[in-house]
Write a protein that binds this ligand. Structure first.
Ligand code: HEM
Length: 417
């Protein structure tokens, strides 16, 4: 029997499979070994090629002319695709190909270099201290709702230029937009579709006002950059400008939260690694966060469309075929990582693909690293006792299948500053 026949293909794509079974690491290991580029046709889903090896993902990501983003990077069931076709789609840089991609990425790329992000370090570190302080000396908390959701959201609001007092509004509307299939986030008396449209209108109206203000009086924030950006010598239009504001939340919030929650789960599951990190918080924070990114891989997949007939890994793909790159599989590739299933906070080298690679490499990678380093350094250096008090719950998604509830009990030392 062919290796691919042994795999339940729905485990690779079905969102609820990720929330109930977790990442399909066993299936990926089988595929990497015997069918690293394999075509699947799960019921209710479009056919797709599953790419599971590190080397093939690098090759595809570095050939943006052959593997396109314009048909979307999400891989969705057939009924969702039909439903979404009826809506006006907002284009963001992650759905662009060249030449547009380079032009639009250029609008924000300088803002996200380590050098220019340096000025936000005090804010990122102060927020980490404030959030860990908010837990008190000892007690119980949901790490996700009480800490991990709030740090990335506050950071994105601050760098964009949304005032602190508006954060609850931004959190509510972004949850309504992105959690549209979760009844918890739907507006009362509305269908999922109506609720998401209403939330998108509120989000648009809110940022429209800030954009107007920054056109008159620019500041050092991202909204000022977007409001006054020019592409091909022309001011960026309103839809693209709004798309840029929105993509910061789409790309930056749940992903970073996924690193913070998955990282906490990894530390709860590996007390020896937590003890090691505690023994030298400054020394292990960088490599510890890189290992979390590899081991957890908060962004599991990116889809692409084949531009022209092409061969990859000895398999012939046709123009128009869809493929899914599984970063979480690449990050456990035994050809690249020693003992890939082990969580080692001092792993070196660690050439993980958690932020992708090539043309669309994560624009916010330095920011995401900074925020995770700040929060884990603060927490690990203060924690005296830590345990999990209940089951973790995962989000139903094949793209960012993060943990949405993680109950913990802890005792903390005061901050030493
Ligand atoms: C742990 C947190 C994060 C992870 C794991 C992550 C991961 C990724 C991945 C895998 C990609 C696609 C790369 C590719 O196709 O090669 C991506 C793209 C992107 N990310 Fe992130 N990301 C994170 C945080 C952020 C943050 C904080 C921001 C900004 C505030 C951000 C902004 C973006 C943008 C704008 C893109 C599209 C880049 C392009 O198409 O050129 N990300 N990210």
């Amino acid at each position: 029997m062919a290796a691919a026949d042994l795999i339940e293909s729905l485990h690779l794509v079905e969102p609820t499979s990720y929330s109930t079974r977790g990442y399909p690491h066993e299936e990926w290991a089988t595929l990497r070994k015997s069918a690293p580029v394999e075509r699947f046709e799960p019921e209710g889903w479009p056919p797709f090629w599953a790419i599971t090896r590190h080397a093939d993902i690098v090759e595809i990501s570095k050939s943006p002319q052959s593997f396109l983003n314009r048909d979307g990077i999400n891989f969705e069931p057939v009924d969702t695709i039909l439903r979404d076709d009826a809506q006006v789609q907002m284009r963001t840089i992650i759905e662009m190909d060249n030449p547009d991609h380079r032009k639009y990425r250029g609008v924000a790329s300088r803002f996200f270099t380590p050098r220019s992000l340096g000025k936000w370090d005090p804010m990122i570190e102060a927020l980490a201290v404030k959030l860990v302080d908010s837990l008190g000396e000892e007690g119980e908390a949901d790490w996700v709702q009480d800490v991990a959701s709030l740090h990335p959201l506050s950071i994105i609001c601050r760098i964009l230029g949304a005032p602190e007092e508006d954060e609850p509004f931004v959190l509510k509307t972004t949850n309504e937009i992105f959690g549209r299939d979760d009844p918890e986030f739907q507006r009362p008396g509305m269908t999922a579709q109506e609720s998401v449209m209403a939330a998108a209108m509120d989000f648009g109206g809110y940022f429209h006002k800030i954009l107007e203000d920054r056109r008159k009086t620019p500041r050092e924030d991202l909204v000022s950059l977007f409001a006054n950006a020019r592409v091909d010598g022309e001011p960026m239009n309103e839809v693209d400008t709004m798309g840029y504001c929105l993509v910061m939340f789409i790309a930056g919030h749940e992903t970073t939260r996924g690193g913070l929650t998955g990282g906490m789960q990894a530390l709860l599951d590996h007390p020896d690694q937590l003890a090691k990190w505690k023994s030298d918080p400054d020394g292990y924070t960088k490599s510890g966060v890189e290992e979390i990114l590899r081991y957890v891989t908060p962004v599991n997949t990116m889809a692409r469309t084949v531009a022209d007939d092409i061969e990859i890994g000895g398999r012939q793909m046709k123009a128009g075929d869809r493929l899914i790159m599984y970063y979480a599989s690449a990050n456990r590739d035994e050809d690249v990582f020693e003992a890939p299933d082990e969580f080692r906070i001092d792993r070196n080298p660690n050439p993980h693909l958690a932020f992708g690679i090539g043309e669309h490499f994560c624009l916010g990678a330095h920011l995401a690293r900074k925020s995770q380093q700040a929060l884990f350094r603060e927490f690990v250096s203060r924690v005296e006792f830590l345990e999990q008090t209940g089951e973790a719950e995962r989000t139903a998604s094949n793209l960012v299948p993060g943990i949405k509830r993680l109950p913990i009990r802890y005792r903390l030392r005061p901050h030493v500053g």
